[in-house]
Design a protein around this ligand. Sequence first.
Ligand code: TRP
Ligand code: SF4
Length: 325
Amino acid sequence: MKKIIYSAMRPTGKLHLGHLVGALKNWKDLQDKYCCIFGIADWHALMGEYENSDSIKENTREMVLDWLSCGLDPQKSVFAVQSEVAEHLELHIIFSCITPLGWLERNPTYKEQLREIKTRDLQTYGFLGYPVLQAADILVYRANAVPIGEDQLPHLELTREIGRRFNHIFKTELFPDCEPILTKTPRLLGLDGRKMSKSYQNTINLSDSSDEVSAKVKGMFTDPLRIKLSDCGHPDKCNVFEYYSVFAPEKKEEVFEWCSKAKKGCTDCKKELGLVLNQFLGPIRDKRENFCRNNGMIEDILSEGTAKAKTMAKDTMKKVREVVF
Ligand code: TRP
Ligand code: SF4
């Protein structure tokens, strides 16, 4: 039996290079070895975007197009829409009964989001339970491992604790211990050097045109100590150099040399990075265009994946009911 891997993304907008480097590349590599289920966490999207819920459907389509163009393969993996597998909710309510309030109120991610997100009211019953639903997402498939970013570690720890508590209370071993699988690539920062995020408008999207990419790269922040062309730069302190490390490691040495010895200016350095990124994104763009032309394909992929997921989730819920009631 292959190990089961589960991960999910919220359909809240177009995916960017940060998603690719931080998650999709990892997901793609796992597909060949494991039974992977990739979830479209539209209920989690709704928890934050309830006032804007009509965007979730379109975002789902865009996100799945991004997944496909990056090489996620519905022949190998299961793509499942969370809100169409009601078993997640059934498990969520049972987990809600056994999860101490303190675990949720203490959750650092929760506290941070309440503090930082001012554009939406997140003081809701549902949002407090965000990680309980996430635990249900993972455990309804009895997943053994979850590829996630470091920011999601507190949530996974809660999943593990909820699973253990369930096993203890209902005297069972139904839920396995699920391990995180972290990406090795360092986190890619946004154009302005902050975390890459849609809300900071500092992203390079997978679906950006080559002109958009060139223009965005042109505006990237560089080493602030290098003001004139004749100043020697500090590639280690420059985000542009980080991008070379990730997308063209074979050029690193050359860039280091021209930067630290002031042989080439930042404008040229960025022009060249634009070319590198466009070359990298070219095949992804081509695939996207092909998939876009194929009407109805996304719907078929999702309904097929969701049906498979439902079979697995139903099996778990049957066993859950047996031990609970
Ligand atoms: N909370 C995750 C995020 O924002 C999305 C998510 C929902 C998830 N359910 C999950 C991730 C289960 C991993 C496993 O990125
Ligand atoms: Fe950054 Fe390139 Fe300028 Fe050096 S030359 S500071 S690496 S943009």
